[in-house]
Design a protein around this ligand. Structure first.
Ligand code: C5P
Length: 209
């Protein structure tokens, strides 16, 4: 049997990244945060002073991507999350990143990948698919706390507006829109803390292993 592939999808600030990282540790698997690929693609364009909707430049940036070239703290900034969702709506950018993600998932032992389209497009045969979600208000609260802890200036209302804008953009694009795979288990973390959410996620994986 092939390795244990765990696909974790969900909207911005749903907690999927933390869950994916902890599941990878728990089950001894590698982890790929696929949002970083889109963030890094956007970062190249911003650094070159190019518009985010420049299809050719964005596609070339995605093709030539090497994550070691980037400062992770900058990639994780609010500005880059917003910019990433613009380049992520460009179909050739998504196409340019498919192989890299599938190669990562094909590792013998398996892997955990988190993003928006892992269970639907990148790894439709993943053994485990979890769609992590929470209300926009809960997600905005968590994201505002996280950004403040990192020293970024923010306020709850503008983070909530960002979260809603990104949901709308990620959910309405023509290619690989954000939605749970038909066979994904939906994990709503609105009323769960991270430990509770992790416990439920581990149970889901144990059952599917
Ligand atoms: O998950 P994260 O917030 O880092 O993702 C940043 C943006 O990258 C998302 O808003 C989304 O537009 C895009 N993305 C995507 N597909 C993925 C991962 C991220 O479209 N698999």
């Amino acid at each position: 049997m092939s390795g244990l592939v765990i696909a974790i999808d969900g909207p911005a600030a749903s907690g999927k990244g933390t869950l994916a990282r902890r599941l990878a540790e728990r089950f001894g698997l590698r982890h790929l945060d696929t949002g970083l690929l889109y963030r890094a693609t956007a970062c190249v364009l911003l650094d070159e002073g190019l518009p985010l909707n420049d299809v050719e430049a964005a596609t070339a940036a995605a093709r030539g991507l090497s994550l070691v070239d980037f400062d992770e703290a900058r990639l994780r900034s609010r500005e880059m999350g917003e910019a990433a969702s613009v380049v992520a709506a460009i179909p050739p950018v998504r196409a340019a990143l498919v192989d890299l993600q599938r190669r990562f998932a094909a590792c013998e032992k398996g892997a955990v990948l988190d993003g928006r389209d892992i269970g639907t497009v990148i790894c439709p045969n993943a053994r485990v698919k979890i769609y992590v979600t929470a209300s926009p208000e809960t997600r905005a609260q968590r994201r505002a706390l996280e950004l403040t802890a990192r020293g970024e200036k923010t306020d709850y209302q503008s983070v909530l507006a960002d979260v809603k804008k990104r949901d709308e953009r990620d959910g309405s694009r023509s290619v690989a829109p954000l939605k749970p795979a038909a066979d994904a288990i939906v994990l709503d973390t609105s009323d769960l803390d991270i430990e509770e959410a992790f416990r439920v996620a581990v149970e889901i994986v144990e059952r599917a292993k």
